[in-house]
Design a protein. Structure first.
Length: 528
């Protein structure tokens, strides 16, 4: 792409492969540049506010409901009407923007498909732009793939598309505006909207998004202002864009009403993003020597703090006529072991049955093989109804204390510690090789689940309660001794790629160093 075909002040330093020019057009990049110049200063301010709040939390401050927004929590208001295409979301499948995955997800039988430019996707330059190509082709129903003698193409009936751009913390380093990196989220959002919004509307849907990693209603306000400007730039009626916010940070849990309120013209509800939520709890209380959570596998949706969060989200959404979507069941089918598969499927079934009976309108799965199972559980409760937004929960009362009731603290086992190390190395190695969504030990791991693994190890080392069942204190030396052993196991199952050696080094640094990396994807992004 020559200099004079780019908007003034915008540079592309990623490789321009064949076909990329159809996405990185002058007009599409002009929208990126306009949104960046208008909103990048606010993004930076909000990220600084996050960092300042983290310092206060490290010093012992506890999150609480905001006194200055009490009138919003107690006010009588609802979000704008939900469009027909988003009324029925009983089962949502998620996955990265890889071409075969995109086709299989659309064809899975799920009501909707959250295609992911974020946690289940390594955001290298090739993935981001080929992902946009895949989205453009899918929206126009021209997407197909010939692979290993098989032809993949879309069925007549497909899932409703919802797109997740990157969170506020992630840059796009391959595009500069006025010499500076831009927001990965704005880049992903603007390119998709520019190329697909009008086509989606013509086909009876619309530009629908999932917004990740939110930490405050002010961050939701920033997205809302971006939506307004982008709609004006493209000549779309205000309110055309609809967005579901993932409540996946402990601090956002105290601002759910306010987040819905900021986006009320563009809102399509909230989602209980459970894995990132657990990671957020560990991260926000990492400096509390008395904070401790049990083995990752023991921290389920029935844990007191997780139960409080899930019920508060449900009550909040339905009070505001907004969909409440349950989080991810990370279990996947186990084809070579019927007994283990039965246990895994029972776990998914119980998870979806609990959500449906609580009043949730739908839930997530990570594998096409789970769609029918999840759908069955929601239909048992909903029947033929597309949702149950009318189900109010006045019986639910959740206090700040309930949200902060971090149990269980035990057990912490050597097997659990080794599991975290093993998953961390395996996932980081795959991520560096370009794959952000990896089946490991019969679970579908993405950045969120990997974050739990590495942050737990870091925190167990520092917590006075970070002891194994036999009484041994978890130490940095203990972790360092286990890393080569777990690396060898990873190589036995995943192969001996060089990225796993590098991943082991990164995992050791992240889990044993004095400073806690805010997100594992930040240092990793600099390596790809």
């Amino acid at each position: 792409m020559t200099k004079n075909t780019l908007p003034e002040g915008l540079q592309i330093i990623g490789e321009m492969k064949p076909g990329f020019e159809n996405i990185l057009t002058f007009d599409a990049l002009n929208l990126v540049a306009k949104l960046t110049r208008q909103f990048e200063p606010r993004r930076r301010e909000l990220l600084a506010a996050r960092a300042a709040r983290a310092v206060r939390l490290d010093a012992g401050e506890l999150p609480d409901f905001l006194p200055e927004t009490k009138h919003i929590r107690e006010g009588d208001w609802t979000v704008a009407p939900i469009p027909p295409a988003l009324q029925c979301r009983r089962v949502e499948i998620t996955g990265p923007v890889e071409r075969k995955m995109v086709i299989n997800a659309f064809n899975s039988g799920a009501d909707s498909y959250m295609t992911d430019f974020e946690d289940s996707n390594t955001p290298n330059w090739d993935n981001q732009i080929t992902g946009q190509i895949n989205m453009r082709d899918a929206v126009r129903r021209t997407i197909s793939l010939e692979q290993n003698g098989k032809t993949y193409k879309l069925n007549e009936k497909i899932a409703t598309l919802v797109v997740r751009p990157r969170g506020w913390h992630l840059d796009e380093k391959h595009v500069l505006v006025d010499g500076k990196r831009i927001s990965g989220g704005i880049f992903d959002f603007a390119l998709f909207l520019f190329h697909n919004a009008k086509e989606q509307i013509a086909r009876g849907a619309g530009p629908f998004f999932y917004l990740p990693k939110m930490e405050s209603h002010l961050e939701a306000r920033l997205w809302n202002d971006i939506f307004i400007m982008a709609q004006d730039e493209l000549g779309l009626p205000r309110g055309t864009i609809k967005a579901t916010v993932l409540i996946e940070t402990i601090v956002a849990a105290f601002e759910m009403d306010e987040i819905l309120y900021e986006l009320r013209e563009h809102s399509s509800g909230l989602n209980a993003g459970r894995w990132d939520y657990i990671f957020s709890c560990i991260k926000k209380f990492k400096s509390d020597k008395n904070f401790c959570l049990a083995d990752r596998a023991k921290v389920t949706m029935t844990a007191p703090f997780m139960r409080a969060y899930a019920l508060l989200l449900l009550k909040t959404c339905h009070k505001r006529n907004a969909p409440a979507i349950g989080g991810m069941a990370a279990l996947i089918p186990i084809k070579n072991d019927p007994e283990k598969n039965d246990i895994a499927m029972a776990g998914v079934r119980n998870d979806k049955a609990r959500d449906a009976n609580d009043g949730y309108d739908g839930g997530w799965v990570a594998h096409p093989g789970l769609v029918d199972l999840a759908m069955t559980e929601f239909k048992k409760v909903l029947g033929d109804a597309p949702n149950q937004m009318s189900k109010q929960r006045p019986d639910v009362e959740v206090s700040a204390k309930d949200l902060l009731n971090f149990q269980p603290e035990t057990p912490i086992t050597e097997a659990g510690l080794r599991y975290n190390i093993n998953v961390g190395i395996h996932y980081l190695g795959a991520w560096l090789a370009g794959n952000g969504c990896v089946p490991i030990h019969n679970l579908m791991e993405d950045a969120a689940t990997a974050e739990i693994s590495r942050s737990q190890v870091w925190q167990w080392i520092r917590s006075v309660k970070g002891k194994l069942e036999d009484g041994r204190k978890i130490t940095a030396d203990m972790v360092r001794a286990m890393i080569p052993e777990e690396l060898a196991k990873v190589k036995e199952t995943a192969g001996s790629g060089a990225t796993y050696d590098r991943a082991a080094v990164i995992f050791e640094e992240m889990s044993t160093s004095e400073n806690f990396a805010e997100f594992l994807t930040l240092p990793l992004y600099e390596e790809i």
